[in-house]
Design a protein around this ligand. Structure first.
Ligand code: PHB
Length: 349
């Protein structure tokens, strides 16, 4: 019987993955100062075209969506033009590639925002240093106005449209890991009293507005969403009430023909008290009925077992893909993997 990881997977009527191993989104911060992808980035992605699906590094939807230097964007003509080089070559190698679209919200600093405070659902304060800019502490954020929220939703839709212009097969909306969308989904960072806060329905509204804006712009089949129902990164503190927000969100997502949802976690063995002692992936499997990408430190063996046991449908692999551009080939031929080292982040091999 064929290894389940190497079987193709029909995501929907538009997209068929040639295997079940997805390249996870990973920040590389190697774009130009204008946030334009470089030729080295073209080659980096092309070398990994044998993945069933590549999900790119987080790519900012607008100039003020950023909290890191040299992450790529998808709002200028030059950015679209250079991303097109990536997608053309990946397609030439029979690959599929989604662009991860990103707004960091409060995980930023006035340095990146022409002196303005970072935006978030509510006023908050972060005390941890930004791990990619170690001399900066995000500090205070300000509450987004309703008008700003509407503008950001519009910017997501424009980014999704630009992604299609740049030749991507779809977009993954980054709704995980304590960035803007996730900040709306957790009580710790969302204390709004208006239509975007206070109840599960209101707290899920921003995420759903973004999904719908992108779905209407480029087709729901081309839209995925990454979520972290447990609070663990970027100083999001879990709250027992968060589960109801995610249950509401997942129930609404069940009604939309989106491509998939995807776990945002570095270690998916972690169980969360706010999720009834489930892992993020177990919780999402319980409440969401479409395609689920499991992510968070899985070995191939665990991934096979979890797909066979129906915990998830596809596995996303991160760091091993940095160390092994030919990961799929090594897996097929049972060749040993090159171990990952942080020093590998210095180059884009
Ligand atoms: C990171 O740059 O380390 C990073 C970015 C996005 C994530 C998680 C981590 O979702």
């Amino acid at each position: 019987m064929k290894d389940i990881l190497l079987k193709e997977y029909k995501l929907n009527n538009m997209l068929i993955l040639k295997n079940r191993i997805v390249m996870a989104p990973m920040t590389r911060a190697k774009a130009t100062d204008e946030l334009v992808p470089t030729d080295a980035m073209v080659e980096y992605y092309v070398r990994r075209s044998s993945a069933g699906l590549i999900i790119t590094e987080g790519t900012v939807i607008s100039e003020d969506a950023s909290g890191y230097n040299n992450v790529p964007g998808i709002f200028s003509e030059a950015q679209v033009k250079h991303w097109k080089k990536v997608t053309d070559k990946v397609h030439h190698h029979n690959g599929l590639i989604f662009l991860q679209i990103w707004h960091v919200g409060r995980v930023s600093h006035p340095t990146f925002l022409k002196g303005k405070l970072p935006i978030a659902p509510s006023e908050t304060e972060m005390t941890q240093r930004l791990h990619r800019s170690e001399n900066l502490i995000p500090g205070k954020s300000r509450a987004a106005s309703v008008q700003e929220i509407q503008e950001i939703i519009e910017n997501y839709a424009i980014a999704a449209t630009n992604a299609i212009k740049a030749g991507f097969d779809g977009v993954e909306i980054h709704g995980a890991n304590g960035y803007l969308i996730d900040q709306f989904l957790h009580h710790h960072t969302n204390r709004r009293q208006d239509n975007y806060g206070g109840t599960p329905e209101n707290m899920a509204r921003f995420a759903l507005d973004v999904v719908r804006a992108c779905g209407e712009a480029i087709g729901y089949e081309r839209v995925g969403l990454r979520l972290s129902p447990g609070g663990y990164l970027n100083q999001i503190v879990g709250d027992a009430r968060d589960a109801e927000v995610f249950k509401f969100l997942l129930a609404e997502l069940n009604k939309l023909p989106i491509a998939y949802i995807h776990t945002g976690n570095f270690d998916d063995s972690q169980k969360f008290s706010e999720l009834n002692q489930m892992t993020m992936t177990e919780f999402m499997r319980k409440h969401y009925h479409g395609t689920l990408i499991g992510c968070g430190g899985y070995s191939f063996k665990q991934a096979r077992e979890n797909i066979e046991n129906n915990l998830f449908d596809l596995v996303a692999i991160g760091r091993p893909f940095i160390a092994n551009p030919d990961l799929i080939d090594r897996y097929i031929h049972e060749k040993p993997l090159v171990p990952y080292h942080n020093a590998m982040l210095d180059t884009l091999y």
